[in-house]
Design a protein around this ligand. Sequence first.
Ligand code: CMC
Length: 436
Amino acid sequence: MPTETLTIVDNRNGRSYEIPIRAGAIRAMDLRQIRTGPEDFGLLSYDPAFMNTASTVSRTTEIDGDRGILRYRGYPIEELAERSNYLETAYLLLHGDLPTVDELDAWEYEVTHHTWVHENLKKFMDGFHHDAHPMGMLVSAVAALSTFYPEARDGADPATRHRQIVRLIAKIPTLAAFAYRHSLGMPYAYPDNALSYTGNFLNMLFKTTEVRYEPNPVLERALDVLFILHADHEQNCSTNAVRSVGSSQVDPYSAVAGGVAALYGPLHGGANEAVLRMLREIGTTARIPEFIRDVKAGKAKLMGFGHRVYKNFDPRATIIKRMAGEVFEVSQPSPLLPVALELERIALQDEYFVARKLYPNVDFYSGLIYQAMGFPVEMFPVLFAIPRMSGWLAQWQEMRDDPEQKIARPRQLYQGAAKRAYVEMGRRSPAPRPGG
Ligand code: CMC
């Protein structure tokens, strides 16, 4: 028995239990022994939305929400954003350590040489309606990749697994760019292997008639930093989805398609899109007090504010706000920037937001940068999904290698009807309608 334990007294029968505490947690399975009799299934812990449940041991990303700390494999996000690049960061997440020069060269070469997609994927993209949301297209296209690589079902073999990881990181910018060009009715632009990961992505998005696309170095670097900031965020909604879907041992394409779907929602990766729509709706600084009143009355939400884990500040938001200035120097500054700055200033002084520890999160300013770079709002969650691919895959790999993980299958507290007799069609009376 470890030295740290918890004593639980069951007041239903006076029995006492000593439960071990390891790494600041008790095991929910240790509660199962707490029973009132042989018919009793045992005590469950009830935790909708995982408010206080650790679903895994992880060695990938550490967040300290109270101190505003985010580290990948021990390295502070501020240092990675300053000194690293996205592909190096992806390597770090997947392998646990920063690469040497040779390792990075080999990794960049591999990713660069897997950026092409099968021509049939273009036909698949063509099947979407002209105004299909690019994130909906991305969910489907990522899932569709699994049909091109049936070998991926063997997730246990390290070499097979590595090939799929490289393919996913290499191909997601291509799929994202194809989705964007489809929505504009433009021909798809093929990857250019001479460019960096983000430079090539900009090429596939924006290349028109020029022989060779030259990315703006400030925008290329800004996008790379944004990719570093978004690469992983421990057990967030989409990562949990990837782990949960992947726990059935489905191929990684299908598992991460589940992650893209989760990221699509306005409370997660769709928030940056929602921020811009919100700023447009507010329109002018004069309308901010009215909007804040609506938020406090529960009629609206201040998108881009608040976080389940960060209760002090989001370190990513601090870096992004600084970077916004650099981007606006080489692009058209967003006309909505004054509205965002004033909204942030007012909210940070308001008792409602202060009391609830609501601060700007990563999405508050990223949308304004994306807009200044020329992206339509529909592309914002797609720009989140591209770098998060490395985090999803690092977490998927960790899950597959963890001997404690099994198929994810929560319990429930059933509170529906007790057993009742089947009623024949002609004898049924209509169910009462709410309010009717
Ligand atoms: N605007 C107004 N009130 C808010 C907001 C907000 N953005 N966020 C939380 N609250 C209030 C909420 O109504 C509740 O008030 P009360 O105690 O009076 O009921 C209190 O603050 C606690 O909020 P919660 O909903 O219990 O907090 P949560 O941890 O479940 O939600 C969140 C976290 C990020 C979903 C939420 O803050 C939110 O909806 N924010 C806006 C959407 C957003 O910006 N999402 C991006 C998150 S960062 C990127 C990512 O991880 O995807």
